[in-house]
Design a protein around this ligand. Structure first.
Ligand code: SF4
Length: 471
């Protein structure tokens, strides 16, 4: 039965409270309020329903097979064995305890992996490898880190991010950033960098087009301006008036996008000269250490010598021998990796669920398997978030549909995030019929050429809730 969303019952509130991770937070890790302002890291892990979570980005994204194997072993030894790659390509280890953190840190160091610290600087996973890269994002990032290290900076916003996009075949144009450097080349000239602030690449405010060293100085200047505003300032907070004295040409910079076809990291990338990179999306963004280690053992047989975490929960296998491809594809399928951008699983975002999190109200992975049979909902336009509880760890952003675990059933959120109020609750016994009803509704209501996501948005949550109640 689909029921109206209403205020939580006393019992539900009690149950939710019992499962509220905030009740268990030790004083040395992030509190719920600090979670809103900062990302979890090795120094400041975050409490989740399955223990502590650490997120980090190796300062050298190219990891040898041995390094990633050691990392997986450390995740199994000190955490619950689950290893994740986030949508932005960071690594996450779950299920840690306060007393295991220092041992994990020591094992990461012993593997020769140096987690990035300080301001987050993101570069494309194929930087330095892909011959189509216009200018090396990796080299720029190193130079920028050195420049920032020598700069006395007051506190900056904890989630501040700098994206450096050398414009290789994948790039980082889809990632929002506070400061963005995008490689460009004016006719007949050397590569330069478009310096921009705020938002996603199409929404950026472009400030200047500069050669390497001056682009770094400009970035340092933007950080200084942000620090002037205060410790929570983001790129979008920089007004033209504040920027103009440092960037006098700001209003003359052409606002057009550098424009290019950008590939998904998922799938095969032929870098030329027999250099193949195989991008595999982790099944629902995570993998158990034992499975990863078993897969890496096979990968070595195929010639893979290096792996790189990448956007969209991907692991890039570098060095694949062409003749090993058939065998690699078979193994990847058996391990549950997604190898194609058409895979409907790419559009389902699940958290650990009851298989790995004490706060979860349902098995998100089992739900995902059921969802795949409700084919009418997954046309490539929709994002469906399966969240074990309203914390929404797997996807802070909105989704076309979110099914949020709650004591009274699956809370259905339309066009929102897991923390939004559900429009209806679906009881476990009614899940199959509710998914069928949703698929049928979309099929009947969708206009010619309209995507499922656009259709759901047009119908709106009230209409969808009432249609579900009528069955
Ligand atoms: S969203 Fe999922 S992983 Fe996060 S706390 Fe809730 S149940 Fe656990």
């Amino acid at each position: 039965m689909v029921v109206n969303a209403g205020p939580m019952t006393e019992e539900a509130e009690h149950n939710a409270d019992q499962r509220d991770p905030a009740r268990l937070i030790p004083s040395s890790v992030q509190s719920p309020s600090s979670v809103r302002g900062a990302c979890p890291s090795l120094a400041a892990p975050m409490h989740t329903g399955d223990g502590l979570l650490v997120r980090f980005r190796p300062s050298d994204p190219a990891l040898s097979i041995q390094q990633i194997r050691q990392l997986a072993e450390a995740a199994a030894c000190h955490g619950n064995g689950l290893l994740e790659i986030t949508s932005r390509g960071s690594l996450q280890i779950r299920g840690l305890r306060e007393e295991t953190l220092s041992a994990l840190e020591a094992d990461i160091a012993a593997a020769g992996i140096v987690p990035d610290s300080g301001i987050v600087i993101e570069i494309p996973s194929l930087s330095g490898l892909d011959p189509t890269e216009l200018s090396s994002a990796g080299v720029m990032a190193e130079n920028l880190k050195r420049a920032i290290a020598g700069m006395p900076l007051p506190a900056l916003a904890p989630k501040l991010s700098i994206v450096i996009d050398g414009r290789d075949r994948i790039g980082l144009g889809s990632l929002p950033a506070d400061i963005r450097l995008t490689a460009t080349r004016r006719e007949g000239g050397d590569p330069e960098w478009i310096v921009a602030v705020g938002g996603a690449s199409r929404m950026d405010r472009r400030l200047a087009i500069l050669p390497n060293e001056r682009a770094i100085s400009a970035t340092v200047e933007i950080l200084r301006l942000l620090a002037e505003i205060g410790p929570r300032a983001r790129g979008r907070d920089l007004s033209i008036d504040r920027l103009r004295p440092s960037f006098p040409d700001i209003e003359m910079i052409e606002m057009t996008d550098p424009g290019r076809a950008v590939a998904s990291p998922i799938g095969l990338h032929d870098l030329g000269s027999g250099n193949l990179v195989f991008g595999l999306r982790l099944p629902y963004g995570q993998i158990h250490s034992a499975e990863l280690i078993a897969f890496l053992d096979r990968a070595e047989e195929w010639g893979v010598y290096e792996v790189r975490p990448a956007l969209e929960h991907c692991l890039m296998l570098v060095g694949m021998r062409p003749e090993a491809l058939a065998s690699a594809k078979l193994a990847a399928a058996n391990f549950g990796f997604s190898m194609s951008t058409d895979d409907p699983r790419n559009h389902i975002h699940t958290c650990a669920g009851t298989r790995g999190c004490a706060s979860a109200f349902y098995d998100t992975k089992a739900f995902a398997a059921r969802l795949l049979t409700a084919s009418g909902l997954l046309d490539g336009s929709t994002s469906i978030h399966l969240s074990g509880c309203s914390k929404g760890c797997a996807r802070p952003a909105r989704a076309s549909l979110a099914f949020v675990g709650a004591p009274m059933g699956y809370g259905l959120v339309v066009n929102g995030s897991a923390s939004d109020a559900p429009v209806a609750y679906i009881h476990e016994n009614d899940l199959k019929s509710a998914l069928d009803d949703l698929s049928r509704l979309v099929l009947n209501e969708k206009g010619a050429g309209e995507s499922v996501d656009a259709c759901l948005t047009r119908l709106g949550s009230d209409y969808i809730a009432s249609a579900l109640r009528q069955g």
